[in-house]
Design a protein around this ligand. Structure first.
Ligand SMILES: C[S@@+](CC[C@H](N)C(=O)[O-])C[C@H]1O[C@@H](n2cnc3c(N)ncnc32)[C@H](O)[C@@H]1O
Length: 425
């Protein structure tokens, strides 16, 4: 980052004082930045300011715009600032994440890109080699576990069959099972807990019964305590993003979304949902206390394995919040039932179901430039907002024939007919 001042053709031009320029930059368009390069052109001569001071000041005010190119006027002349970036992830991913042509990233919602989940404060997420027993990792494997005639212990979670094909995609049958869990709203797919921590976080004495936690199918990947190599076919999500993605502004009022720039087959890993790891109480406090736009939410629960333990302590009830710190998954919009992506909980560092990675895989073949969507699992009929789902119901514009955001429930009926017909095929 640098701040450069050029000679001015105007003889009466007077350079702004550094503090004034700094204040103006902050006030006008930057509340904190992760900036690749930044110029402020004041039209004066010979003044060079320590850019790091400006950057430090931006960071201290916490929020961020990734790219900006603004002109604005001051009593001291025209001030321009340019922040150049062609990759929203700032080089933190293996592939660049671009922004739609012609868009100024200064318009993007403010956030810091992080490639991996980070604990905010009290969440109990402890990885240690000592906590992973030999039974939970493959200690006899060599090279690629997928080529072994007998699946290794890491495949035990998926019925002693690897969930991935040698090409790196989720196997068709496993994918279908994951999709149906989300689509078929069956009671026996849900766990109803006694003393639900979601209700407890709102009010210790809450008598509201648990609204249910959808139990999903897990994948366990090999990890560093395993003896296979880093390129083992049972290590897909930990390789991070490899698909070329683009963030764009939807024309139909759903805000920003993300699309793929390449054709994708079914079962392809697209990205992980990354954010700050919060306890449920911290999440509740943030939602009650934060002054931001509460209609646009970036929070998801890690409750897909809720059945695996008895009553959880607060520090074990986790969620991911990508409001300020997150990756590009925070831009994925919701689509009811027939979304292009499905989330699969993936264990990497720990065989413990209370912390896992939310990995998003394609549900079908997706063409280049198609929107990537995900069914958030929102109950649009939850008028009292007491389901515990951190994404609050909104007026859904997904356009799916199975849209659940209709009071007449026609979307649900259409979905049931569709699912039954598929079963008969
Ligand atoms: C995780 S964010 C998705 C990115 C968001 N569109 C943005 O501009 O940053 C979730 C929010 O996007 C909006 N959204 C997502 N899907 C939508 C849909 N199908 N219809 C209307 N709004 C939607 C809602 O405001 C929701 O709280």
């Amino acid at each position: 980052m640098s701040m450069i001042c050029h000679s001015s053709p105007q003889s009466d031009f007077c350079p702004p004082h550094f503090d004034e320029a700094l204040e103006m930059v902050e006030e006008t368009h930057i509340k904190s930045c992760r900036v690749e390069e930044w110029f402020v052109e004041t039209g004066t001569d010979s003044t060079f300011y320590a850019a790091q001071d400006v950057l430090a000041s931006c960071r201290s005010s916490k929020l961020c715009k990734v790219e900006a190119a603004h002109n604005y006027h001051s009593s001291h002349g025209v001030i321009k600032s340019f922040v150049y970036i062609d990759d929203i992830s700032r080089g933190e991913e293996r592939v660049k994440v671009s922004l739609e042509n012609g868009r100024n990233a200064g318009d993007l919602p403010i956030f810091f890109h992080i490639p991996n989940n980070l604990v905010y404060k009290n969440a109990y997420v402890k990885f240690s080699l000592a906590r992973i027993s030999h039974e939970d990792c493959c200690s006899h494997c060599v090279g690629d576990c997928l080529t072994s005639p007998v699946p290794c212990v890491c495949a035990a979670e998926t019925g002693s069959q690897f969930a991935y094909t040698p090409g790196g995609f989720v196997k068709e049958k496993f994918l279908e099972e994951c999709i149906s869990l989300k689509r078929e709203l069956k009671q026996d797919h849900y766990l109803y807990c006694r003393n639900c921590p979601l209700q407890r976080s709102k009010d210790e004495k809450s008598s509201v019964p648990c609204k249910g936690h959808l139990l999903l199918k897990f994948i366990k990947e090999c990890w560093c305590k395993c003896w296979c190599n880093k390129k083992c076919g049972n290590r897909i999500v930990q390789q991070s993003i490899t698909v070329k993605l683009q963030v764009f502004l939807t024309p139909d009022g759903k805000g920003w979304n993300r699309r793929t720039l390449e054709d994708l087959p079914p079962g392809a890993f697209v990205c992980e949902y990354v954010g700050e790891i919060l306890t449920n109480t911290e999440l509740h406090e943030q939602n009650v206390g934060s002054p931001g736009n509460k209609n646009t939410r970036y929070q998801v629960l890690l409750d897909a394995g809720r059945g695996s333990k008895g009553v959880l302590k607060d520090e074990e009830v986790l969620c991911l919040d990508a409001t300020v710190y997150g990756n590009v998954a925070r831009f994925i919009n919701h689509r009811c039932s027939d979304a292009t992506l499905v989330e699969i909980p993936v264990e990497v560092e720990t065989p413990d179901h209370h912390y896992y990675h939310i990995a998003l895989f394609t549900t079908r073949k997706v063409d280049a430039m198609e929107e990537l969507t995900w069914d958030y699992g929102i109950d649009f009929h939850d008028r009292d907002h007491d389901s515990g789902h951190p994404m609050k119901p909104f007026h859904c514009l997904c356009g799916s024939p199975f849209c659940r955001n209709h009071s007449d429930m026609k979307g649900d009926v259409r979905l049931l007919t569709y699912v039954r017909r598929r079963r008969r095929v």
